[in-house]
Ligand binder design. Structure first.
Ligand SMILES: [Mg+2]
Length: 375
């Protein structure tokens, strides 16, 4: 079997309602995906997390290096691609491009062997995964706090047992919003906060002190990702567990986060950290420190099923007879591409999503829809 074509796409859908977080606003969704075609007709799909048009060009730039290769040899292909960008792309968009290609190769591998990717990774440790709702972004609404409370209660009514909300506006508004949302959903529902690295060390510490009695499951990206020592100090000084990793790349980046004891929860994005091949290596590193992995998951159903397969295979830490739940991030903000690009339904039952039992990623891509929204 040989790779004969690698085709990157940018998908675009405008949003009906704009929203923003601590860094910038969203008025549309742009997602980069890749289709790899083999000489025997097998097709694999992958997705990248990153600026979609730039990722597309990056894939176009590196793809010539893998035409004619055996897609089952994904470690070899990973290494060829990484060596090609090593001198100027050890993090960022080129790694996202490699990630998308790597995910597509695993999809092909699964279809070839007629097995789910989780089985090829070594097997599924669980039958179901607990999704947490990501939402509660900011808007220009004059009743933002009330809107956030209503949105949060909506997620509880949908069956979510864990919800993540944005912080990073300013400390005063963040404290008010978090307290009101906590009040609205009660203490039986888990609540996480995410600043998207909006705060300085001092600000993050101040906010965390004001929220320590709110039973926050984790404080995500309190500080800018470059400041490993500040993360380490912050983690030592707050009782709220610290999460980060969506801006980190490759095992080398995550090794720094782990060695400096920066985090309680490691959140690589499989579609940008180096793909499933590298995510598996990062999970081995993480296991040496006993740090739990809950990947950052964003984008379309392709990325979502990539995460489903990977999380299925995550070794429970610590091991015991009655396992703790494994979590998956389930973005609930407006995103027509998320469900429409795949024909499969993402089904949540009693607060859980079943692991994939179909070959490869376990998805069927709707190419009619793809052709309608590609730019
Ligand atoms: Mg985040």
């Amino acid at each position: 079997m040989k790779i004969i074509e690698v085709i990157p796409f940018v998908l675009n859908e405008d949003l009906e309602k704009e929203f923003f977080f601590s860094q910038w606003e969203y008025s549309n969704r742009k997602i980069s995906i890749v289709k790899i075609i083999c000489d025997n007709g097998l097709v694999g799909w992958g997705e990248a997390y990153g600026p979609a048009p730039v990722v597309k060009e990056s894939i176009n730039y590196i793809k010539k290096n893998i035409i004619g290769l055996n897609p089952l040899e994904s470690d070899l292909i990973w290494s060829i691609l990484f060596r090609r960008v090593h001198d100027y792309g050890r993090s960022g968009v080129f790694v996202s491009a490699i990630s998308a290609i790597d995910v597509a190769l695993w999809d092909i591998k699964g279809k070839y062997h007629k097995l789910p990717i989780s089985t090829l990774l070594g097997g599924s440790f669980r039958e179901k995964i607990r999704p947490y709702a990501t939402g509660l972004y900011f808007s220009d609404s004059k009743t933002l706090t009330k809107d956030l409370c209503e949105e949060a209660v909506g997620y509880v009514n949908d069956g979510f047992k864990s919800i993540k909300m944005k912080v990073g506006l300013n400390i005063e508004d963040d404290v008010k919003n978090v307290k009101e949302v906590r009040d609205a959903i009660g203490f039986d529902v888990e609540l996480m906060i995410d600043a998207n690295h909006a705060y300085s060390y001092d600000e993050a510490l101040k906010l965390s002190k004001k929220l320590e009695n709110m039973e926050i499951k984790w404080f995500e990206e309190p500080i800018s990702p470059e400041f490993y020592d500040q993360y380490s100090d912050f983690k030592a000084k707050t009782s709220i567990p610290v999460a980060a990793g969506e801006c980190e790349y490759l095992r080398y980046g995550f090794q720094k986060l782990l060695d400096k004891n920066c985090i309680d929860f490691l959140q690589m994005d499989i579609c940008s950290c180096g793909g499933l091949t590298e995510a598996k290596r990062i999970s081995s590193l993480s296991s040496t420190k006993g740090v739990k992995i809950i990947p950052h998951t964003w984008g379309s159903g392709i990325a979502f099923f990539t995460a489903i397969n990977f999380i299925s295979n995550l070794e429970p830490i610590p091991g015991r007879l009655y396992q703790d739940d494994a979590y998956i991030e389930y973005d609930r903000t407006e995103n027509k591409i998320r469900e429409n690009i795949i024909k499969n339904d993402i089904v949540m039952k009693d607060g859980y999503i079943s692991v994939n039992i179909k070959p490869g990623l376990g998805i069927d891509v709707d190419e009619t829809y793809l052709n309608k929204i590609k730019i």
